[in-house]
Design a protein around this ligand. Structure first.
Ligand code: PLP
Ligand code: ZN
Length: 629
């Protein structure tokens, strides 16, 4: 049978039929998205024979559902066949290493016993998009494309680049400048010609479309053929649930292409008579980029644009969704809902999946789990419902987001004493305790010692001795003197510092006070007072900036008294500006003449305070190392 009359492309806006030789992306009459419309009588004949045989799950199992010609080359990396994981934790007999049974894991915790997760991170490039790339790049070959171009927030780029590499097609990729490094590295490794655009994903999209038109490249992305591959997510879920539908499927939404594709998959199996009932399709977006969800809530026909998406969910930070019409129809027709969640909920869900189910996802892929509590509160899920979360992509490619969700691990000397301290003070527990409610304000005034002791006990389950408490109190005083309040995250770093740092006695150098003078047309001037081996030393210096002036003055004061000849080899500043109270993290690498080196990290709302603290820390460790050696 010839494929050309088994399906046609119809515009979801003006409803006109478009030929695939004219456009494979948008309608050339009105610019809206296209949809593959099947002749079901013929499709039924075609899939009947080979389908439902006991072949293992994989996207290629469903080739007859794809709009590809019979003798076309199939570009495949063995995508699909991803596990549908019940969120029940295995309980082990730790002595014998045997599985005893299941604690009902997150499903139990959330009172949703029939909770499943479709782990799309297991696809060849770590994301569900590989399912669509099979169809899209096979189609590009079929249409004799000379090159492929695509815009992406990272995952699409890597997936399209991989399939293009396999097809032997040059691949041009346009990505925003802030694309997660893992995704960029992957895309470059597949040999794509990458352009980093100083703009948003929407800017990349517009350029990619123009590039495709001008140079006659095949435009890959969230367009009509991609959905045909991605609908296999629904096919697999149905097979994995023994040819039944779940009650609800919860999907992260960027362009809306995947959500619409999943709905299409369920519809096709229903029309073919393989299932009786359809699931509710629930779309989830981060609050900082709620386009399709806003349209659903406000009953709009099209999604409003978001000019500057603000979210850690970079894969769905898409301000102008291409498939808003299709996604809205899927949500509405299925009786589902669109819901948005705060980034803080996403981070919590991402941690829960990792810590409780050993599934490491990127933030966007944690959106469905993050929505569960709210959905239950709104009574949109019944306890008996079978619910499937679509975990769209692996966490490995966006490692920075996971690292940002945790404090950096402590660096210690290669000595058992340091390990003992780590265990004795349960430093790991302090770190995780500090993670929740990081911005909760604890002190606006310096607390008396007993109160400080109690709060540290309550927040971090740590029982500190008097000298440690006094030290923390002093630091709080300095903090408040800068006109800032002390949040839980701040107290956490202070507690960690006194516990994991050198003992009080070993601290040979300490900055007692500093003054800065900054005047127009003059280099900043600093005066410092330090204590070195119990002696007060003073010095002053000018610098290229205020931080430089202060650090130079400290080093000048030390110069004639200290045997240590330290070298500042690296200096980095990170600003965590979530809300009004920004925290600055300073990372300094110091080296001595024997090439001993130390990386010291310090946090403070104030960059100068953080820089001084980092220098102090690095200097003291290096001094101590030199003494030892
Ligand atoms: C692309 C992507 C999405 C969003 O899919 P859309 O089809 O754009 O709605 C969600 N999560 C991840 C990890 C993605 O890469
Ligand atoms: Zn149209």
């Amino acid at each position: 049978m010839n494929n050309t009359n088994i399906y046609q492309l119809r515009c979801v806006g003006c409803q006109k039929i478009v030929s695939e030789t004219n456009s494979v992306s948008r309608c050339n009459f009105c610019g809206e998205a296209l949809d593959v419309e099947w002749d079901f009588m013929q499709l039924k004949k075609r899939v009947k024979k080979e389908f439902r045989k006991a072949a293992p799950l994989s996207v290629k199992k469903y080739l007859s559902f794809f709009p590809l010609h019979k003798n076309s080359k199939i570009i495949s990396l063995n995508e699909g066949g991803t596990p549908l994981i019940p969120l029940k934790k295995l309980v082990l007999d730790t002595d014998r290493g045997l599985a005893l049974g299941h604690d009902r894991g997150l499903g139990k915790k959330l009172q949703q016993p029939k909770l499943f997760l479709k782990n799309e991170g297991m696809n060849p490039t770590g994301v569900f998009k590989d399912r669509g790339s099979l169809v899209e790049i096979s189609k590009a070959l079929e249409l004799k494309a000379r090159a492929v171009v695509c815009a992406s927030t990272g995952n699409m780029a890597a997936s399209v680049a991989a399939y293009s590499a396999l097809a032997g097609l040059p691949c041009y990729v346009l990505i925003p400048e802030n694309t997660p490094l893992g995704k960029l590295a992957q895309t470059i490794s597949y040999g794509a010609r990458v352009l980093s655009i100083r703009g948003t994903y929407a800017d990349c999209c517009e350029l990619a479309e123009k590039m495709a038109a001008k140079y006659n490249f095949y435009l890959a992305g969230d367009y009509v053929f991609r959905s045909e591959g991605q609908k296999t997510i629904a096919f697999e879920i149905i097979e994995q649930l023994d040819f039944t539908s779940p009650d609800a499927v919860i999907v992260p939404v960027g362009c809306g292409t995947n959500l619409a594709a999943i709905w299409k998959g369920f519809l096709e199996f229903k029309k073919l008579g393989f299932i009786k009932k359809l699931p509710k399709i629930i779309g989830v977006q981060p609050a900082g980029c709620s386009t399709i969800v806003a349209a659903f809530t406000k009953k709009l026909k099209k999604a409003p644009f978001v000019a500057h998406p603000q979210t850690i969910c970079s894969a769905v930070g898409i301000g102008r969704p291409l498939d808003d019409l299709k996604a809205l129809e899927a949500i509405r027709k299925s009786g589902g809902i669109g819901i948005s969640v705060a980034d803080s909920e996403v981070v919590r869900a991402q941690l829960d999946l990792g810590e409780q189910e050993a599934i490491f996802v990127e933030p966007s892929a944690a959106l469905p789990l993050a929505a569960i509590r709210e959905l239950k509160k709104k009574r949109l899920l019944k306890k008996t419902d079978t619910v499937v979360l679509i975990a769209t992509g692996t966490g490995l490619k966006d490692s920075k987001s996971a690292l940002d969700a945790h404090p950096a691990p402590p660096s210690v000397e290669p000595e058992m004493g340091e390990i003992d301290r780590f265990l004795k003070y349960k430093l790991y527990a302090i770190r995780s305790a500090g993670f929740s409610e990081r911005r909760k304000i604890l002190f606006r005034a310096t607390p008396p010692l007993p109160k400080l002791k109690n709060i540290i006990k309550k927040e971090f389950s740590a029982d500190l001795k008097e000298s440690h408490l006094a030290e923390i109190r002093l630091a709080i005083e300095t903090f408040l003197a800068k006109g800032k309040v002390v949040a839980k995250a701040d107290l956490q770093s202070l507690v960690e510092e006194v516990l994991s740092d050198l003992t009080h006695e070993a601290r040979v150098m300490r900055v007692r006070d500093y003054k800065l003078k900054i005047q127009r047309k003059e280099r900043p001037y600093a005066e410092v007072e330090i204590e070195f081996l119990g002696k007060k030393l003073r010095a002053n210096s000018r610098g290229v900036g205020p931080v430089d002036a202060v650090i130079s003055a400290i080093r000048k004061a030390l110069k004639n008294k200290s045997p240590l000849r330290e070298n500042l080899v690296n200096f980095e500043v990170f600003v965590d500006a979530d809300g009004v109270d920004a925290t600055t993290e300073v990372k300094m690498e110091l080296e001595d003449s024997q090439k001993n080196s130390v990386v010291a990290i310090a946090n403070s709302p104030d960059i100068i305070t953080a820089s001084i603290a980092a220098f102090e820390k690095g200097y003291n460790i290096l001094y101590w190392k030199g003494e030892k050696g």
